[in-house]
Design a protein around this ligand. Structure first.
Ligand code: HPA
Ligand code: ZN
Length: 354
């Protein structure tokens, strides 16, 4: 590992047997979580009943059984169908609140939530309904749960540039409710360049910029997300290894990758967890973070991602420290908040070393 990117742990000698407990207890940030992907089958059924929406699955169990994906698109088809039960401001609030309760359980101090307005506005749900419900849950989380939560608005890349511009326009009256923009949905055939002008406008507006790249798409999409969109973080990015010059550049620049291990297994980006390249990415000195992506669909929330990754890749306490610290350093919070949470992280590791 390169010395520049491995943050020295405040203490050594935490035994492997204590890792599961440490992974649970350590404070952390989550930077790649689609709020519509936190919609559990039980909540989908409850909201469908509340709103009189017909579902094509007879039961919660039947819906859950359909969560067998072969690639990104096979997941997106079910994910967009699941979101069809969201109609009212309270629905968006309740969905986000359910996730934020899980975030608190996982000792997440700060989370940056993606939301997909076009999934809702295309069904006739006004932008205002979406953002007000989500924002209300985020504000409540701060006061009632001690969890800091911000919103990042994603453009669906399978839709047109024009639709993205309309979405940006609709969002402007609510500018103070979100901190940045992202790019998600089907990656293949929808390169970052398609949204160059939209991202240029967002940059002018002072929004933070992130983009999914190098999940199913090639390493060249990561290069374009950096050079054309000026993305500050890369969501997924695991295919960067196909371009050694890019790996070197990402390491040198300290660009964070928001890696989602359980998602990558469920969507067949890697065959199984012990074939995941996260350990290799860390060894290359990349600023890697662990995230849950769409936890209701991929078999676990953030701590489950940590547990399964550490078990399969045989990672140690130093890796846990680096990943948690990276999550705060790569977040879009103030330097004061970063310092406060990193100090708390250090205290946790000291406690475990005793
Ligand atoms: N990739 C692209 N789009 C998405 C994802 C993802 O993993 N999850 C939700 N939308
Ligand atoms: Zn994602």
């Amino acid at each position: 590992m390169s010395a520049a990117t491995v943050s020295p742990m405040p203490v050594a000698g935490i035994p492997a047997a204590r890792l599961p407990e440490l992974l649970q207890a350590m404070p952390k940030a989550e930077l790649h979580m689609h709020i519509e992907g936190s919609l559990e089958p039980e909540l989908i059924f409850a909201l469908a009943q509340r709103n009189g929406v017909a579902l094509s699955y007879p039961s919660v169990e039947d819906l859950r059984k359909a969560y067998a994906f072969t690639d990104l698109q096979s997941f997106l088809d079910i994910y967009y169908a699941g979101a069809s039960v969201l109609l009212k401001e309270d629905d968006f609030h309740d969905m986000a609140w359910a996730y934020l309760l899980k975030a608190q359980e996982d000792n997440i101090r700060h989370t940056e939530l993606f939301f997909d307005p076009q999934t809702h506005t295309d069904r006739g749900v006004p932008f205002e309904v979406v953002i007000k419900g989500l924002s209300r849950a985020c504000a409540r989380a701060k006061t009632e749960l001690g969890v800091s939560a911000s919103l990042i608005m994603c453009f669906l890349r399978h839709l047109s540039e024009e639709s993205a511009f309309e979405t940006l326009q609709a969002s402007l009256p609510y500018r103070e409710h979100f901190i940045g923009v992202g790019l998600d949905s089907g990656e293949r055939g929808n390169p970052p360049e398609k949204f160059a002008r939209v991202f240029a406008k967002c940059r002018e507006l002072g929004l933070h910029l992130v983009a999914h790249a190098g999940e199913e798409g090639p390493a060249a999409y990561i290069v374009d997300a950096l050079d054309v969109l000026h993305a500050e973080r890369i969501d997924h990015g695991v295919r960067c290894v196909e371009d050694p010059a890019l790996v070197e550049r990402l390491a040198k620049q300290g660009t964070a990758l928001t890696v989602c291990p359980l998602s990558n297994i469920k969507l067949c980006v890697f065959d199984k967890m012990d074939a995941h390249n996260l350990g290799h990415l860390l060894e290359q000195g990349l600023k890697v973070t662990i995230n849950s992506d769409d936890p209701a669909y991929f078999g676990g929330y953030l701590n489950q991602n940590f547990l399964e990754t550490f078990e399969a890749l045989d990672l140690d306490a130093q890796a846990a420290y680096t990943l948690a610290r990276n999550s705060f350093e790569a977040s879009f919070v103030s330097e004061a908040d970063k310092a406060r949470w990193i100090a708390e992280l250090d205290d946790t590791f000291r406690r475990f070393a005793q």
